[in-house]
Unconditional design. Sequence first.
Length: 92
Amino acid sequence: MTVDNISRIEAQLDTTIMQLAQRLSDGSLKITDQVAVLTPVIRAGGNNVNEKEISELVFGSMVDSLKAIGEIVSNVLSVGEDEGNVEKVESQ
């Protein structure tokens, strides 16, 4: 996940990644929102897919879609959390 992908997702949804996490948590993430998150991420993985194909996948497996988005958001928010811990681990 690149900063560019995150920026595009935030722009398309007109929300921050933190607000996206909240919407996911409170169940207010629409199918179109899910497609907006998943499409650039799947494309970044080298897959040539369009939004219609992603919409069909999301609609066909809503639980898997929400789990994947949860993992994406979690990974984005946890980037850098472990920085600085190297010294602590090495000194133990």
